[in-house]
Design a protein around this ligand. Structure first.
Ligand code: SAH
Length: 222
């Protein structure tokens, strides 16, 4: 990814490297994921007024009551979705909840194709503007209700959600390729990161991971 080597660019590379080091210390070990986090300029996705806080390991507001996810969570979700797979070049990922587009840009470093869907039109357009300058050829943004998945582009090797429902919507499970994995926060007040995987025989398995806090998955579009 091209980042201008201005003074701001160089300073942000150093603070970004520290952010990635903190993510690693929190337990993310997939070097490909850490490399992707190094390459994507998170400050590019937040408002200028918040740019100085872009490399803190925290969620930040992006408007419309929504947030840019915490760096650790983006990395952890990617690591759980990849699960050590080696066939990244042909991998197809669906992200639910584009927000400002940061996680989509990270996932696009790790897969052949990424499609990201957002239900708030103004955020879909914001992400499109923020991503334009980064020229990520393998990333497609869609406006729509991600609770329905995206049947026209299915099946997906991974579906990664950035918003929490009370259950994993059935369409996501239906749109999962064999050996595919859903990584989604699930729960109302007490949320956990859930992995739903489909094995080679088509059987579905569930694993509950750490406690998390995401914005809610909401129906319909806005
Ligand atoms: N991926 C973002 C996080 C955005 S926050 C990042 O990189 O930081 C979660 C987003 O999910 C919000 O923008 C919210 O509008 C969106 N969302 C909630 N329910 C949705 C749904 N049913 N379909 C698509 N997007 C949804």
């Amino acid at each position: 990814m091209k980042v201008a080597s201005t003074a701001v660019g160089l300073a942000s590379e150093r603070v970004r490297a520290r952010m990635v080091e903190r993510v690693r210390e929190q337990g993310v070990r997939d070097a490909r994921v850490l490399g992707a986090m190094e390459r994507v300029p998170r400050h590019h996705f937040v408002d200028a007024a918040l740019a100085s806080r872009a490399y803190e390991d925290t969620a930040l507001p992006i408007g419309f009551g929504q947030t840019i996810s915490q760096p650790y969570i983006v990395a952890r979700s990617a690591e759980l979705a990849l699960n050590g797979r080696q066939d990244l070049a042909t991998l197809k990922i669906l992200e639910i909840g584009t927000g400002c587009g940061y996680a989509a840009a990270v996932f696009a470093q790790l897969a052949g194709t990424v499609v990201s869907i957002e239900r708030v039109r103004a955020l879909h357009e914001l992400a499109r503007d923020r991503l334009r300058a980064l020229r990520i050829a393998n990333l497609r943004l869609v406006f729509g209700d991600g609770a329905l998945g995206l049947p026209a582009a299915a099946p997906f090797d991974a579906i990664i959600a950035a918003a929490a429902g009370e259950e994993v919507p059935q369409p996501w499970i239906d749109q999962l390729a064999p050996q595919g994995r859903i990584v989604a926060p699930v729960g109302a007040n007490d949320q956990h990161l859930l992995v739903v995987s489909r094995d080679a025989d088509g059987r579905v398995h569930r694993q509950v991971h750490e406690a998390v806090r995401f914005v809610p998955l909401r129906p319909g579009t806005l």
